[in-house]
Structure formats: C-alpha cells, structure tokens
Design a protein around this ligand. Structure first.
Ligand SMILES: [Zn+2]
Length: 395
C-alpha cells in the first residue's frame, strides 16, 4: 500500500523520548500513526505499510477469451477481412480504426488505456515474443476451469464443463469475505450467469450480480428503469447474458454509492463474438472493454476513498487457437488456448511495464495476489494455492 506521505514527530511519553510516525494522505488527513522507541524510519515505514493495507482496494477484471496475440500486437492482419475474419465491417473502415504497421502502435489503437496507462504505470505479462509467458495450469482451456483456477488458486480436474454447477472449491473472494474486517465488503459483477455457480452463491452468500441478476431491481430511477428496459428488449448474443455495456453502466452506478474493498468484474463480449466468428466485433469488444476499464479507473481516482489505493488486476480466463479459423475457438483442440496475459496497476506495483525475459506466471497465482493486496496470506489457509504474482516486493 502506498504511503502518500510519512511524517515523524518527537514526543515524550512518561519522560521517555519516542517517535510518532504518521501516514498522511493527499488531503493532509492522518490515516494511521505508530509510535516507536527508536528513530528507525525503515521499521516504522514497514509497520505503517502493513497497517495501510486496510485501505487497499483490489479489483480483478477479466475479459473472457481475449487472446494475448491481440493484446500485444493489436489487430491480426490475416483476420482483418471477410474471409478468415468473418467481418461485416468494410476492411477499409477496420484498418482505419485499428491498423498501423508498427505492432506497438497497433495494440495502442486497440487498447489505449491498457497501453497508455496500465502498461506505462504498471506491469503486463504474457508477450511470448519478448520471453514472457502467462499460462493456465488447468488442461481444459475453457471458462469455468479457468475462473475456478484464477479464483481458488488451484486447477481442479473435476471441473470439466461450464454446466458443472455449484463450485465445490472456495474462491479467494469467499475466503476474504469470511475474514475479519472484510465481511460484506467483497462483491462480484459479471455478464455471465455461470458466475453464480463459480462463486457458489448458495454457500458463499457473496453478492454476485451476474447474468439475469446483473441489474439492480430496486433501482427505480429513470436511468435504472431505462437500463432495465433496454436490457429486457436487447437481443443478446448469448441468451441470458447481458452485453458488457450493461455491466459497465450497472457497476458504475453501484460504485457511486458503494465502496467494496474487494471486487471481481467479469466481461464477456470478447469471447462471445469470437465464437460467433466475427473478428471485427472482437476488436470492437476489446476496444470497448478497454474503455470501460479506463473509465472505472478514472472513477476510482476521482473518489478520495479510492484514489491512490486501488489496484486493478486485468486478465483473461483462457486464450484461443492461432490459425485462420482456430481463433474462433478454444480448448484442447486448439493449441495455444492455454496462453493468457495478466496486467496489474496500483500503488504497490512498480512501473516495470511490459515484462520481458521473466519466469512464466500462471492464472493460479491470481487468487493469492488478490489476498496479498489486502494484506492477507491466502496460502496460509490454502497451502495448495499458487504463490502471489511477483509484481510487487510487498507481496
Ligand atoms: Zn468461450
């Protein structure tokens, strides 16, 4: 956790010289204070940092099935067409929006927030062309096994279909919600109905607003009624799953009045459009999800309760195949769909940018990372879970 500013005062307690260290936020408010007998700044800062974890607010944001290829290289030239890419958008129009000869510029056209802000001020793993791999450890390479791995910290071979039903494994979100100080402060939003099973709402009692329960039925404002009406009358690509835009609006509304400590957000359009064989729509969906994430970040930074305290972990649940038609699908039949990408931005995370020539990271590491950002040791309770991502020295 960031210490916005640390100050030291010499005080006397019963005649003994002591040091009062205080963490002061950007508005001059004293957040925390510790008293030490020695003038040891390093030790005091360490102690303050630990206490400050209670202000940290990690958000895990997933966009389903978005390939590392698009994230790191932008639009794929072989798919910018009607034949292989199934695009309905004229090629000229697509190229105007998403094409640049330099892959670094191209990826920025596709995901300007990810590259302009997250990678610039945080870290991103998974560019195989630069010696960084991010992988899933489950051998299924589709959604439920991926979300289970990411959220529980361990792959579970029993989970072999998306229709598996309630998750037998506890997620880190369920675990955190049972920790002192965090109960009732953990929330889940997603487009996919299956999140209700993945987070096992019957057992976890987590507030999971996903699929059919995404919108707030108690929101009787004109805006709330319009959202509900649009959601009801919009023909979804995947029956029962609202589009990402509905998730964004519902979440933005919620965050204006609620301040969950730990939040999961699951977007789904990138996967649905790829399965539909519409590469133009995949690009649009990736571009929109990048905008949604950027707007959520701005919203956090505009709120004194979140500013300088929020971490975003942005990732995907699986990759996809690599060929001219294989990009549409994922799973054991499509080699490469176990490769993902993981990005992190937040006050604890040094700005190391696009990682290169580093050890492989895995999806299973995300669970312990989420816990570590709120100062909790997930592996103490779940020794089988993978270690936190090596993104910050404090983890
Ligand atoms: Zn899929």
């Amino acid at each position: 956790m960031q210490l916005p500013r640390a100050t030291r005062l010499v005080i006397r307690i019963a005649g003994v010289r002591m040091y009062l260290w205080r963490a002061v936020d950007h508005e001059g408010e004293v957040l925390e204070a510790v008293v030490t007998s020695k003038r040891n700044k390093a030790a005091a800062l360490k102690l303050l940092k630990r206490i400050m974890k209670k202000y940290a607010r990690p958000r895990t944001i997933v966009t389903d099935g978005l390939r590392w290829q698009e994230v790191f290289s932008g639009a794929d030239p072989l798919l910018l067409n009607d034949k292989a890419g199934g695009s309905w958008t004229p090629v000229q129009e697509l190229r105007q929006k998403y094409w640049h000869d330099d892959p670094k510029e191209r990826r920025r056209l596709l995901m300007p927030f990810l590259w302009g802000t997250v990678a610039a001020r945080g870290q991103i793993y998974g560019n195989q062309q630069r010696g960084s791999r991010a992988e899933v450890t489950n051998d299924k390479w589709f959604s439920y096994p991926g979300y289970n791995e990411m959220l529980s910290g361990v792959a579970d071979p029993r989970i072999d279909k998306n229709e598996f039903g309630p998750n037998p494994n506890q997620t880190v979100f369920e675990w955190l919600n049972a920790q002192p100080g965090l109960a009732g402060k953990v929330e889940v939003f997603g487009t996919w109905n299956t999140f209700r099973d993945i987070f096992n709402v019957a057992r976890s009692h987590l507030p999971v607003r996903a699929g059919a329960t995404l919108l707030d039925p108690a929101d009787n404002s004109a805006r709330g009624q319009l959202l509900a009406e649009l959601n009801r009358t919009t023909t979804a690509l995947e029956p029962g799953d609202p589009y990402d835009s509905f998730l964004y609006e519902a979440l933005a509304d919620h965050l204006r009045t609620h301040q969950p400590r730990v939040l999961f957000v699951g977007f789904g359009d990138t996967d649905n459009w790829a399965h539909s064989g519409r590469y133009d729509a995949v690009l649009e969906a990736a571009h929109h999800v990048d905008e949604f994430i950027g707007r959520l970040w701005q919203q956090m930074q505009a709120n004194p309760a979140y500013r300088g305290r929020t971490t975003f972990i942005i990732t995907t649940d699986h990759g996809r195949g690599g060929g001219l038609s294989e990009w549409k699908e994922h799973g054991v039949e499509e080699p490469g769909s176990g490769n993902i990408w993981i990005a992190v931005i937040g006050p604890d995370t040094p700005a190391l940018g696009e990682r290169a020539d580093v050890a492989t990271v895995t999806q299973a590491q995300i669970a312990a990372t989420v816990a570590a950002f709120v100062g909790r040791d997930y592996r103490k309770a779940k020794p089988a879970a993978a270690a936190a991502l090596p993104v910050a020295p404090s983890l």
